[in-house]
Design a binder for this molecule. Structure first.
Ligand SMILES: Nc1ncnc2c1ncn2[C@@H]1O[C@H](COP(=O)(O)OP(=O)(O)OP(=O)(O)O)[C@@H](O)[C@H]1O
Length: 200
């Protein structure tokens, strides 16, 4: 039984899309800007109205409460939102946040978010998405604003998440990153998800 099973999932203007993911697997989606990659991740996270079936470890998404689903299926937006002045109150357990793993300063949780760089906020948002130890992570361009060293650190964190049994669905414009991480690759074109290179 696949770990994450998505069947004919659709959210306008997306065409129905299906894919499966196993534990410890990274599936990447590439495709032109505006093709529907973010909408697809949002539909899986159940953030927009959508139709179709999504199952996690054999259990239907409808059998989860919305907060439980979001705890199990973490979503990192390309432009993550912050509601408070600093990052600290956005974390349940700020002391445990592995800032150093992403080359972030110890004091970063207490600095005004507005004064942080895009790349710092992006790395903090990834740590926030990972904090509840979800089963699946939906990552929308998590390294778009990062230099090669920080990108490498993020990829290392992603790999350790998979080694712990997690599955990752990664939207990336970076073909080399996709080649480094992907067990299976898909391409989104005009709202239609296509397999790449014989993936199923
Ligand atoms: N709620 C919505 N209802 C209808 N159309 C939408 C909605 N949100 C976004 N769109 C449109 O759907 C298309 C796909 O958007 P999406 O954000 O998924 O693109 P993307 O592939 O992630 O692009 P990028 O690589 O630039 O982030 C865009 O044309 C966008 O304007």
């Amino acid at each position: 039984m696949p770990y994450l099973k998505i069947q004919t999932l659709t959210a306008p203007p997306l065409q129905p899309a299906s894919l499966t993911m196993e534990r410890r697997e990274c599936v990447t989606i590439q495709g032109p800007s505006g093709s529907g990659k973010s909408l697809f991740l949002r539909a899986i996270a159940d953030l927009d109205p959508n139709q179709g079936t999504v199952q996690l470890d054999g259990k239907d998404r409808n059998d989860f409460t919305a907060p439980k689903w979001r705890e199990q299926v973490g979503y990192l937006a390309a432009e993550p939102g912050w509601w408070l002045e600093t990052a600290r109150p956005h974390f349940k357990n700020p002391v445990e946040v592995p800032l150093a793993k992403l080359h972030l300063d110890k004091d970063i949780l207490d600095r005004p978010l507005l004064h942080l760089s895009t790349g710092e906020r992006q790395r903090l948002a990834l740590l926030r998405a990972m904090e509840p130890e979800p089963s699946v992570l939906l990552l929308d361009e998590p390294t778009a604003a990062l230099d090669p060293e920080s990108t490498q650190a993020v990829e290392h964190l992603i790999r350790s998440f998979m080694e712990r049994g997690g599955a990752i669905l990664l939207v990336s414009h970076d073909a080399e990153q996709s080649a480094r991480l992907a067990d299976k690759s898909y391409r989104m074109e005009k709202g239609q998800l296509h397999t790449v290179g014989g993936s199923s």
